[in-house]
Ligand binder design. Structure first.
Ligand code: BGC
Length: 424
């Protein structure tokens, strides 16, 4: 509405300007046009703020619905769960700590003859994981499967408690994206002991001798796409290499994949890696801190920034911005997050990797159902080493996204909304 009024003002002001030739009038018209422009800008800003509010309200609504569903499930006098499947999200605030009372034995919860119940344990509430979750919930609903979700905010101990809770609720399959892949073997062991099948989702559970299936993107391939891109874009100069925590096997895979392309340039003497570090967490602040550190070490001369994810890239670009280098240094990322797409359009981030979480999430629910129904899972002969054995793996591959193909790959596929990417 405000937009429309401002546009009308602009038309009137324009018409008057065209009909009057005196210098004084011209100046007044220009002033009026300027004022109308300012009004339009104001109206657009108000509209953008309203859109952001709407998104936040929708998110709160989903969370509130989830809490109601969760409380209803926990009601002591609760009748046996209906045969028709329900999908429920357990969202913030965190669930109360488990009491000392013995949890109901696994499988004790009654449900319809054919109904399945899956548990999903996610590491964080970042954009990509929210997308994974929403797709899984939709897919589970379609398949008539009940779905319980826990998010642990990067806290490994909390994730273990949440998984204990899921297991005690009689889930058939646990879909686990571990916070600490090195330590999550104990979760798998408990699940397997309780007769629960396990999918290690997007992050590999390491060093576990138990049976589980990996469903995730090929991390080595993703790192390779990033490294190859950067090596072509900046074949000489100082590089920084920033990836995620070592407790996530992906951080190592991304780095290994990227170095396949960067190391030959180092060996030739064309590239010098001034900083090569694993971030403590996958957080933008960590990306910023490490990029600041690299800039200090290189005396402000950086030719390329290998940064593993869009989250870390956001922080790194803030650091570059502070040194007047944003848009001048190629920066990598992955996940095709909205903020990264906006940065790619704006020219401060050079690429991302589109890992279509919709495909991955649907695949995970499909595999979970196969496991629950004791049907074979087709991994096309692929397996991934967890340190003590090879884990059967369903591997998907990501796609390189630059300014040139962003619209086609990320927007036309419906992953991100055009209005959101081009919002300014
Ligand atoms: C995933 C990335 C994600 C990162 C941080 C990694 O394990 O592969 O897609 O950005 O975790 O959440």
């Amino acid at each position: 509405m405000k937009n429309a009024i401002a546009a009308l003002l602009l038309v009137f002001a324009g018409a008057a300007c065209n009909s009057d030739t005196s210098v004084k009038m011209l100046a007044k018209c220009e002033h009026d046009l300027g004022a109308a422009d300012a009004q339009i800008a104001q109206a657009q800003a108000a509209q953008a703020a309203a859109e952001r509010n709407l998104t936040a309200t929708q998110q709160r609504l989903t969370e509130a619905e989830a809490r109601v569903a969760s409380l209803e499930r926990a009601r002591p006098s609760e009748a046996p769960a209906p045969a028709t499947a329900t999908a429920a999200v357990e969202a913030s605030p965190p669930p109360p700590a488990p009491t000392k009372a013995a949890p109901p034995p696994a499988k004790a919860v009654k449900r319809g003859e054919h109904a399945l119940r899956f548990g999903l344990a996610l590491p964080a509430r970042r954009e990509r994981w929210i997308k994974d979750q929403l797709t899984m919930l939709g897919e589970a609903k379609k398949r008539g499967i009940e779905f319980l979700v826990q998010v642990s905010e990067d806290d490994a101990a909390r994730q273990e408690t949440q998984c204990d809770d899921l297991i005690s609720q009689g889930i058939d399959v646990l879909i686990l994206a571990p916070v600490n892949g090195q330590a999550a073997g104990s979760i798998v062991a408990k699940a397997v002991k309780a007769g629960v099948k396990v999918i290690s989702y997007e992050r590999l559970v390491m060093a576990s001798p138990d049976d589980y299936v990996y469903v995730g993107f090929d991390g080595l391939f993703a790192g390779g796409l990033q490294g190859d891109f950067l090596a072509r874009r900046a074949p000489k100069g100082n590089y920084l290499v920033v990836t995620g925590p070592q407790t996530d096997n992906n951080a190592k895979l991304f780095r290994e994949g990227a170095l396949k392309y960067i190391q030959p340039l180092v060996n030739k003497g064309d590239v010098k890696v001034v900083l090569d570090e694993f971030a403590e967490k996958w957080k933008p602040e960590e990306g910023q801190r490490l990029c600041e550190k690299a800039l200090a070490q290189a005396g402000g001369t950086i030719a390329a920034a290998y940064v593993a994810t869009d989250g870390l890239a956001g922080g790194c670009i803030d650091a570059l911005e502070a040194h007047g280098l944003a848009g001048k240094v190629p920066v990598t990322g992955q996940d095709a997050e909205l903020a990264a797409a906006v940065r790619i359009v704006g020219g401060t981030q050079s690429m991302t990797i589109f890992k279509d979480t919709r495909l991955l999430a649907i695949k995970a629910v499909e595999v979970a159902e196969q496991l629950a129904r004791k049907k074979p899972v087709d991994t096309r002969g692929k397996a991934i080493q967890n340190g003590v054995r090879k884990v059967p793996a369903v591997l998907l591959t990501g796609k390189l996204v630059t300014r040139a193909n962003l619209d086609q790959v990320v927007i036309d596929s419906g992953y991100l909304k055009r209005e959101a990417v081009y919002r300014q």
